[in-house]
Each structure stands twice: as C-alpha cells, then as structure tokens.
Design a protein around this ligand. Structure first.
Ligand SMILES: [Zn+2]
Length: 315
C-alpha cells in the first residue's frame, strides 16, 4: 500500500508550542518497522495551479511569501516560515498523490486504497486557514481528481462524484464551506457538538455528538450516517479523514472512544468503500493525545486495517 509523507519538510515551531509535530515522524518510523507492506514515498508539492482549484490566488500568494496579516496567521496557529509554506504544499500534494494511486493513473486500474501520513487539514477555507490548517488537502484532491477524471471521460455528462468522510472530532468547517454550493462533492462530518470550531458550517451531513460519547453510540451514529450517505449520493471516490482525536486519551477531543472503538470505526469505513468498490484515500487529521504514543497507536491501527482492505483490492 502506497503512503506519502512530508515530515522531512520541517515546520519550525517555538519552544513549548502546543502542536504535537513529532507525531508525524513517530508514525512513519512505526510503519516502517511494523508494517513493511506500507510503501513510503516523499509527497510531491501541490502547485499554485492545483491549489487554485480550491484557494483564492491572494491567499496562496500570501502563504507563499509570508505576507498574511498577523491576525490571519494567528488563526492558523503556526508562525510563518518558508518551511511552513513548503510543508503545507507537500501535505496537500500527499493527499492528491494518494487519491491518484487509489483511483489509478490516467485510466489504469488503481490500487483502491492509498494514504497520506499527514493531511486532513479541514479547517482551511478558500480564502483563509485556521486551527493548524493551511491548505485544504482533501478539497484540493477532490477537485483535481474531478478535473483529471473529466479529461479521461469526455463523453460523460456527470462529473466524478466525491465524498469526504470526515471523522476527525472537530467539524470540517472549511471543507463544508468550500463545497457548500457544489453538488458533486458530498461532505459528511461526525464531530463533537461542543468542540471547536464553535461557529460551524453546514456540511451535506453533520452529525453532532455529545461530550463523552463512547464506542457504541459513536458506531451507531456512523452507521446511520453511512446509510444516509448511501441514500443521497453515489460516490466514485472516498476521501477519509481518520482523525485520532475522538480517542478517550485525547487532550482536545472530549469524546471517549477506545482503541477498539476507533479500529471498528476505521474498519466500517474501509469496508463500506470496499463493498461498493469505491477507491479511497485517507489522511490522518487530528490527534493530540495526553500521551502522544497513544495517538500514534490509533493511527498505526488505522494502517493495519487499511492494509487488510488494500490486500483485497490487490490480491
Ligand atoms: Zn481535530
């Protein structure tokens, strides 16, 4: 199974910054050691033109040159540096590359599943970032895959339909906003009702969960959400944000999912896509464990389940 990383592009943070940047490298090290069937490749950088499928030219330019107003930079939560800008491009490029591997290059059969070791930056809007998110990787991948698909299927009147299944504990507000008026992309977000962002956008399907929500209630809510997705939409590509922050040991999550509950969640999504033979690319999104090794463990478990399904696609 192909996976793309960008942790070697360092985003310098001041001492004591609360973002757990180390988790990306820890995840890559554990995957290399424990799941050698995950093939690692460095993520390509998303180009200006690719980013412009989603983001405004003014925002792309300001990120590239470090000219964002201070308040907008604070909203992102990272100080600007050339490394920050490059890292953000690579993280978007990783989800694009994963989606392309899953779908298949230029009309050839794809591998069905591929991954981004970072990404899931769903608080990013067309014109601004927020909540540790610079560019919206899933949104860029959705639009670019649609463009590439349209070039290969000129006779088709309908566009490639894409669903973004966002199971990070925070609402995918940027993603919801970007696709608010776009019927070809179905946005589904399961998130903590009382959690950030406090002003939420309208996804195609939002499921608000109460603080403390545990495995059984969560999995039931996911089941209902997938049923409704099935009734309302027929995707040709799934982009899955496998956030580790619904975990009970997360500092920011406020939910109470166990390791087993999160693994069951992932299995349900991979199985849902597999049963329908829909290619799927996934990203890691949030994870802020009190113990960072537990965040990484949740993510390693996601890869273990993903590999099972990748083997079904590629026997
Ligand atoms: Zn999150």
């Amino acid at each position: 199974m192909q996976a793309f990383y960008a942790d070697n592009f360092v985003l310098p943070l001041p001492q004591g910054h609360r973002f757990p940047m180390a988790k990306y490298r820890l995840l890559r090290d554990r995957l290399v050691n424990e799941l050698p069937q995950v093939r690692m490749a460095q993520a390509p950088a998303a180009t200006d033109g690719e980013l412009a499928l989603v983001h405004t030219p003014a925002y792309i330019d300001a990120i590239t040159h470090g000219t964002l107003p201070a308040a907008a930079q604070r909203e992102i939560g990272f100080p600007w540096s050339p490394g920050m800008a490059e890292r953000a491009r690579r993280s978007a490029g990783a989800t694009v590359a994963a989606a392309r591997v899953a779908m298949g290059p230029a009309g050839k059969p794809g591998e069905g599943i591929a991954a981004n070791l970072a990404g899931g930056t769903h608080h990013s809007y067309a014109h601004k970032g927020g909540g540790f998110c610079v560019f919206n990787d899933a949104a860029v991948a959705a639009r670019l895959m649609q463009a590439e698909w349209a070039r290969l299927h000129r006779h088709e009147r309908k566009p490639l339909q894409v669903t973004i299944i966002d199971l990070d504990v925070h609402q995918g507000n940027g993603t919801a906003s970007i696709f608010a008026a776009d019927a070809s992309v179905f946005t589904l977000s399961l998130h903590g009702q009382k959690n950030f962002p406090f002003r939420k956008e309208a996804s195609d399907l939002d499921v608000d969960l109460p603080d403390g929500c545990g495995d059984a209630a969560y999995l039931q809510a996911l089941e209902h959400a997938l049923d409704e997705l099935e009734r309302r939409f027929e995707p040709g590509l799934v982009l899955f944000l496998a956030g580790a922050d619904p975990f009970e040991g997360d500092r920011l999550g406020r939910l109470s999912l166990s390791f087993d509950g999160l693994e069951a969640r992932d299995r349900r999504v991979f199985d849902w896509a597999w049963q329908r033979r829909i290619p799927l690319a996934f990203s890691m999104a949030g994870g802020y464990g009190v113990n960072i090794d537990e965040t990484v463990q949740v993510q390693v478990n996601t890869y273990r389940v993903a590999l099972e399904y990748w083997k079904r696609w590629n026997p």
